[in-house]
Write a protein that binds this ligand. Structure first.
Ligand code: ATP
Ligand code: MG
Length: 244
């Protein structure tokens, strides 16, 4: 049974959901919603009665709890129930090896089946040489896969629109599934789109769907069929305009 997100459109996009024992990379420019999508999976896991662990590098924990509360994610209550552990990691204080050890011990103790590492950019900041990061991450993801966990890793890409978007570290080939988040400009607005770049464990939609972030959470629409060039960031309208 694949793991669902709590948003039926996201599950449909992913061909039914994410498989346990697999890793998912959430890629996108700053502010697109990478953390929120990973938190969406954490909350869905806890709602199913499962346990989840989050390792956050970039954000102050109190701020994360506050800002996600208005989105409808009550992470604090989930921590209180013992189903969720959130570890704030200071990249300057932990070596990559120590971090990997910490993740393994937290996940093993908690028997967590959903694991979030947000973000790899933060992890990379702790690495003296880039190459070793790939090895550490590879080993860690393999371990978590063997434990039957679904692991979500976020990577912030540099650049905003179009062809100049680059990830500081390419781990797309390590992850079993890659979810791509993009901004696009249309009708004088910055809008957001989600698509699935790859999924090793099964079929998925090859559509691009618009999503929005608002108080109350993430909302994902039907496939965008009226636009051409969404992934390049400046699409042209080729059909009738649809509102989300
Ligand atoms: N209440 C809200 N209403 C509308 N939009 C919101 C709201 N709260 C947050 N956002 C949007 O969500 C974005 C943050 O989402 P999230 O933290 O998941 O992004 P991210 O991709 O993880 O960012 P970063 O790369 O900085 O880590 C903000 O940039 C903002 O545009
Ligand atoms: Mg984030």
């Amino acid at each position: 049974m694949p793991l669902t997100s709590g948003i039926s459109e996201v599950d449909t996009l992913l061909g039914g959901g994410i498989h346990t024992g697999s890793s998912t990379l959430i890629l996108g420019p700053a502010g697109t919603g990478k953390s929120l999508f990973s938190i969406q999976y954490v909350c869905a896991a806890v709602a199913r009665g499962e346990r989840a662990a989050m390792f956050i590098f970039d954000e102050e924990l109190g701020l994360l709890l506050d800002r996600t509360r208005v989105m409808g994610f009550d992470l604090e209550a989930k921590r209180g129930s013992g189903q969720l552990v959130i570890e704030q990691i200071d990249a300057a204080e932990l070596s990559p090896g120590e971090f990997a050890h910490k993740v393994r011990s937290v996940v093993d103790d908690l028997q967590a089946k959903t694991v979030v590492i947000d973000s790899l950019n933060g992890y990379q900041a702790a690495m003296p040489e880039g190459g070793a990061l790939i090895l550490h991450i590879h080993e860690l993801l393999q371990y978590l896969n063997r434990q039957g966990a679904a692991t979500f890793v976020t990577v912030a890409q540099h650049g905003l629109l179009g062809d100049n978007i680059r990830a500081p570290v390419d781990v797309t080939y390590l992850a079993d599934t890659v979810i791509l988040l993009r901004y696009f400009e249309a009708m004088g607005q910055m809008r957001r789109a989600i698509s699935v770049m790859k999924k090793r464990t099964g079929p998925h939609e090859d559509t691009i769907r618009e999503y929005s972030i608002r108080n109350g959470g993430l909302r994902v629409g039907e496939p965008l069929r009226e636009f051409q060039g969404v992934l390049r960031g400046i699409p042209t309208l080729v059909g009738e305009k649809t509102a989300l």
